[in-house]
Write a protein that binds this ligand. Structure first.
Ligand code: BES
Ligand code: MN
Ligand code: ZN
Length: 498
């Protein structure tokens, strides 16, 4: 979809459709009022008759509205004016775009971006509108032999701003929104791909292709390289798999050479059967999403590279399958991690932390400023926070605060969870330095505690996205989270967020 920004009156737009909002209690927004005036009360008549009451999520399509130059007018219900916040704004844009896709209009001018959203400026509204519009039109149908064609898809969206003085700010925000949406689409695609396609080698290929396209450096460590380094924790997860594991390192340099990088580590388990601690059959297909951490950091890198942000950013993806088999790791096996610490593997289904710990130790050699790992790590996190917030853990409160704020700004929220020492005891092993599980309770926290033992040398945060990376049920699919959160964090860090 193509986007542009414009300041001008709705009645003067020559587009196929003009989109304006109506609040509950039949209150017209400014743009709706202008249309109403031009049409001598045409809109307010319709609203008075009760065909559009302003309820959130409702839409009404009108043709031949007098006094206008456009073919159609789409009224979008916004709910109560006093409750109109970030969520309602996104809901209105989504409803508008979905409806437009079902009409014959190829292009539309949307005036919802002029609406006041508490504490948010025009840059936020435009950035968010682009992200939501592209999210709403995302499809994954490459494996359907008969595609459900959208008859006349929306091709061009013009976002209205109130004042000419806002144009340059809005243009910049639009670029950011498009780049973030592109990163999210990459993350969704990788997540949605079936596990027989998206295996560790495929992730490595995609990373190499990105490096080619964006002039990045990419290195892929093979099994032999990892053996030489001593990544026996990571390798123990790959033992049962026929697909060879890969450690992908992708490097973007946007700041001066000496500036310490931000490192993003993404869990890349391309299919998690649980290994010998086999998972139950129900919904096991969803464990193809167990590489959504990897997808999220790749998507974030794409957005950052497209925007040429002044930051040095490295992503590390430990990629493997977790399969049972004659050579698979057994419960009770003890391995020595890259850090030298030994781990008693009591449950082979707690494999994410086993690959992440070696990747996190590997990150030390990049002398990072900050390391953030992203992982579909625990079912316990889904129990705790559901599909709304990602679990956030950090060994530095200032970093946690920045990430929480970025999540709020992006409407891709996280919730700060404790990493107190009291939980560390649960990882005690009688035979090794630690066990890989902490027992029944506080599972998201003990998993984070495990990782914290490998991240003492730098500022570190961990995002558990087990509940937020994909949706189950009727609209099953990857969400592209937490690309928006991470991209906003990096925009903020580099002073690009207006
Ligand atoms: N990939 C799973 C976590 C997961 C489970 C994400 C369900 C989303 C939905 C992870 O590897 C795992 O299996 N974790 C175990 C840990 C346990 C054995 C300590 C879990 O959460 O059950
Ligand atoms: Mn598992
Ligand atoms: Zn897993």
């Amino acid at each position: 979809m193509e986007f542009s920004i414009k300041s001008g009156s709705p009645e003067k737009q020559r587009s196929a459709c003009v989109v304006v909002g109506i609040f509950e209690a039949r209150k017209l927004t400014l743009a709706a009022e202008l249309l109403d005036k031009a049409g001598s009360g045409y809109i307010s008549d319709i609203v008075r008759r009760g065909d559009m009451e302003g309820k959130a999520g409702t839409t009404l399509l009108l043709h031949n509205v007098p006094g206008t130059l456009c073919d159609r007018v789409l009224l979008v219900g916004l709910g109560k004016e006093k409750d109109f916040r970030e969520k309602e704004f996104a809901q209105a844009i989504r409803a508008a775009v979905k409806t437009l896709n079902e009409t014959g209009a190829f292009d539309a001018s949307i005036f919802l971006t002029e609406l006041a959203v508490k504490k948010r400026n025009v840059a936020w509204r435009v950035r968010q509108a682009a992200i939501v519009a592209l999210d709403a039109t995302y499809r994954f149908d490459q494996f359907k032999s008969k595609k459900e064609e959208v008859r006349r898809p929306l091709r061009k969206l013009t976002l209205g701003v109130e004042r000419r003085s806002e144009l340059s700010l809005a243009e910049e925000a639009l670029k950011q929104g498009i780049a973030i949406a592109e990163g999210m689409a990459l993350a969704k695609d990788l997540g949605n791909l079936p596990p027989n396609v998206c295996n560790p080698a495929y992730l490595a290929e995609r990373a190499l292709a990105m490096a080619d396209e964006l002039a990045l450096e990419c290195e892929v460590l093979e099994r032999a390289d990892m053996e030489k380094l001593g990544m026996h924790s990571l390798l123990s997860v790959a033992n049962g798999a026929h697909q060879p594991p890969k450690l992908i390192v992708l490097n973007y340099r946007g700041a001066r050479a000496g500036e310490k990088p931000v490192v993003l580590v993404g869990k890349g388990v391309t299919f998690d059967t649980g290994g010998i601690s086999l998972k139950p059959a129900a919904e096991m297909d969803e464990m193809k999403y167990d590489m959504c951490g990897a997808a999220g950091v790749l998507g974030t890198l794409l957005a950052v590279a497209r925007l040429k942000l002044p930051v040095n950013l490295t992503i590390i993806v430990p990629a493997t399958e977790n399969m049972p088999g004659g050579n698979a790791t057994r419960p009770g096996d003890i391995v020595t991690s890259l850090s030298g610490q030994t781990i008693e593997i009591l449950n082979t289904d707690a494999e994410g932390r086993l690959i992440l710990c070696d990747a996190l130790t590997y990150a030390e050699r990049l002398q990072p400023d900050t390391v953030i790992d992203v992982a579909t790590l625990t079912g316990a996190c889904v129990v705790a926070l559901g599909g709304v917030a990602s679990g956030l853990f950090a060994n530095k409160d200032a970093l946690a605060r920045d990430l929480l704020e970025a999540g709020e700004e992006a409407h891709d929220r996280a919730w700060h969870m404790p990493l107190w020492d009291d939980y560390q005891e649960l990882l005690k092993s009688p035979f090794a330095d630690m066990a890989n599980i902490g027992g029944r309770w506080g599972g998201a926290i003990t998993a984070a505690c495990f990782l914290s033992r490998f991240t003492k040398k730098y500022d570190w945060a961990h995002l558990d996205i087990a509940g937020t990376a994909w949706k189950s049920g009727a609209d099953k699919g990857a969400t592209g989270r937490p690309v928006a959160l991470l991209a906003h964090y990096l925009l903020q860090r580099t002073g690009q967020l207006n």
